[in-house]
Ligand binder design. Structure first.
Ligand code: SAH
Length: 352
């Protein structure tokens, strides 16, 4: 019999499983707290649980740990990048960043990505599978254990397209915000999407309160389709309708991510097109100097980024330029995993 991944169960599910095993329901809360509050993953260390029940737990449940295959610390800021190896030998990346309001963690949601955005390193190494809810959650728990920090914000902006792994991502939201568990307010969780329109509507209807960030990167369909294949399925008009629905349904402001790329979307008239497109929306534009990916020839000119930001401001659009964190440690998403696969470092390439 295959063991049940205990960290993917919410409290109700754990209660049901324990009852089915002839155990008392209240034990579930104790176990849930060991896992999600104390981050104790060895059943033998759960001291208020009887030895007999611990044996039953070991027989029926498992905890899928993540292993640190690589840990890179930036010398420029306090950014730490982890390459985690999963139980099945796949790799994902997680980035810990320090902001003035606390520590924020950027987590992956899939091993690889199907979306094929041209400027993104995740597309190069190819798609393998989606992560389970517990594999997303464990990136937080393992990083807290490893770095001895308390994470106060989580962004789903690592490898993968979160809305292409919708059910597990929603399960993750429910687990991470559980009041008897990690208890993180979903107001401090941001989900970033390249624009899978039907899933944006679905997420809005759940009214979870998560912040939505949309990777727009271009305000006209021709150039967006050239860099982001998803635009051929859901064009800018459909995407913006979904964003308006999200804003109206949840009352939350949407962020548009815009990587300013030379010769693609960086001209002053591109800033004008963007302003016309989003005027009047409760939104914010986050301008990103593109991270250069060695297989791709995309670049950002910092002067142009500033000009672009100034033009948006002139047109009354709320915009900021994202601070580049950890630029000395290949913090652009997908770069470590791609290198790990190329070098086939499978735990051997430990670089701590
Ligand atoms: N699939 C999701 C989340 C992962 S990517 C999404 O598309 O939003 C997280 C963010 O990093 C996205 O805005 C993505 O477009 C951006 N990004 C990817 N590669 C980048 C690069 N080389 N330079 C700058 N931003 C990049």
């Amino acid at each position: 019999m295959e063991k049940i991944d205990i960290l993917s169960l919410d409290l109700n599910e754990l209660e049901c499983k324990l009852e089915a095993l002839g155990q008392k329901k209240f034990r579930a809360k104790q176990i849930f707290q060991w896992l999600h509050v104390k981050k104790i993953f060895d059943f033998d260390e759960m001291t208020n649980i009887s030895v007999q029940l611990r044996a039953t737990l070991k027989e029926n449940f498992c905890v899928n740990r993540l292993f640190v295959a690589k840990r890179l610390e930036s010398c420029m800021d306090n950014t730490v990048k982890y390459l985690y190896e999963l139980e099945d030998g796949n790799f994902v990346e997680t980035v810990l960043m320090e902001y003035h309001h606390g520590m924020s963690l950027c987590v992956s949601t899939q091993v690889g990505c199907k979306m094929g955005c041209k400027f993104c390193a995740s597309a190069i190494a190819g798609y393998v599978r989606s992560l389970s809810a517990s594999e997303i959650l464990m990136q937080i728990y393992e990083t807290e254990k490893n770095s001895s920090v308390k994470i106060s914000g989580v962004v789903l902006m690592g490898i993968g397209e979160p809305l292409d792994n919708f059910d597990n991502v929603v399960k993750f939201f429910r687990l991470v915000s559980h009041k008897d568990g990690y208890n993180l307010s979903l107001r401090h969780v941001t989900v970033s999407t390249c624009g899978i329109v039907p899933k944006i509507y679905q997420l809005a209807d759940l009214k979870l309160g998560v912040t939505l960030s949309v990777s727009l990167h271009s305000a006209d369909n021709d150039s967006r389709s050239r860099i982001m294949p998803i635009n051929k399925t859901y064009n800018i008009e459909k995407l913006l309708d979904a964003c308006r629905y999200y804003i109206n349904t949840t009352g939350r402001r949407v962020t548009f991510e815009y990587a300013v790329i030379d010769n693609i979307n960086s001209a002053v008239n591109d800033a004008d097109t963007l302003s016309d497109l989003i005027r009047g929306m409760n939104c914010h534009v986050n301008l990103i100097p593109v991270n250069s990916v060695k297989e791709r020839n995309y670049k950002s000119d910092s002067v142009q980024v500033k000009k672009f930001a100034a033009q948006l401001e002139k047109r009354g659009i709320n915009a900021t330029v994202r601070r580049t964190l950890g630029s000395d440690i290949e913090a652009a998403c997908g770069q470590l995993r791609r290198d790990a696969i190329t070098k086939n470092c499978k735990n051997g390439g430990v670089d701590l």
